[in-house]
Design a protein around this ligand. Sequence first.
Ligand code: NCD
Ligand code: ZN
Length: 481
Amino acid sequence: MTADLVINNGIVVTPDAAFPASVAIKDEKILAVGAPDAMPSASETLDASGLHILPGAIDVHVHFRDPGYPNKEDWESGTAAAAFGGVTTVFDMPNTIPATGNGTILAEKHAIAASKAHVDFGLYGLLGEDTIDNVPELIAGGVIGFKLYMGNTFGKIPSPSTGAMLEAFEVVAETGKRISLHAETNSIMERRQTRLTQAGRHEPLAHLDSRPAVVAVEAVSRACILAEWTGARIHILHISSADELRPLREAKARGVDVTGETCPQYLFLSADDYARFSGVIRVNPPVREKNNQEPIFAALKDGIIDMIATDHAPHTPEEKTRSDIWAVDCGFPGVETQMPAMLTAVNAGRMSISDYVRWSAFNPARHWGLYPRKGAIQPGADADLALVDLAREWTIDDAKIQSRSKISPWHGRKVKGLPVHTIVRGRFVMRDRTLVSGTKGWGRSVHTIQQMPAPAIRNAGKTMRAVTGGIRPSPSKENAA
Ligand code: NCD
Ligand code: ZN
């Protein structure tokens, strides 16, 4: 048998080890991993001397803004950024226009993504007060999971009441899919933002004062309680504080199927950076006091936080530089710079490269039902690889990033460790720091290969559907009441 590609002389990295090995690829999949002389003949070979071969990162939290905000990003620019960041699969959030809340809109987004994506993708369905009835059509249309906004953020998606949230969890629990939560409690931060505005606070740090960690602690705790009651699987997005770790740890200990992510901004940026970056650093949840960084790092190491994602949230320079902090759009790009930022920490000895692979690829694949098709370098897995030069030093320059959003608090940061080639299902999409032409539209939705464990429903006899016999008010009656 002749392989399509054999990669020689690199160091293969798994969650447990890093070892010299060759990798053979055929028909989009890994055919063999082993000694060079054990490799089949190949149509093409690549000399990966000096490079580490990582499973491509799986970023379960990006906002590619398409359809809706072409000035900020689209599927082409967003996935080009992913390719440059060594990211081979992204999960896109539903706060696009229109929000991804029913089967028709989902089908349109699938078509857009499939026509433009350089890397593989999954699409989230919106789980809101008014979309609970749409869960079956969203499942049928192919979502990777659901997103529920407990607090307002960019896109002004209304946060559901706790009552609606419980019902939403009941319904999704039956499907086995995971629900990702923007876990910030709306009423606390809205009230504080109003009072801060009245008090004349309009400078960047007012944003942090409107969302102290208790905003997240309350939301994480409440979400875990509802997940425990219903058996819903949940994922806590963008963990930003040390205080959230206790409810997360306790819920895990109680057997709740809850996973968590943090993002580079909560590991490497702090309240000390607001003066320098002004509104550019505004993000939800906020970048917090420096003393949160070490506990978050430690939680990754002990497995309380499962993975690294980016919350890649691009906006235009005009939207990020308004003088009133409350008028600045929240978020900044990150899908392209996550891997270099994290590899810099590997180089600094803060964790091993295997730790990084566990957080960036292995755990996301496992918890989202994609392992071992994704997140693994072993025969039969999709050949999704990031070939990185751990020794390469580089300064992040917003002007040179692929994302349409050329403004971020990563600008000027010195990093060490850079993806030089990215391979998606056997095909180079980024090679020698250049986008490979003809790869637009190569990306595919991964919902077709997702296999979540069987649902583990709890309190089935007490669900809204069980106690009402599934009888729902007609919309007109609901309005009348
Ligand atoms: C995100 C965005 O811009 O879509 N913004 C952000 O500050 N994180 C929304 C989100 O993930 O909360
Ligand atoms: Zn969010």
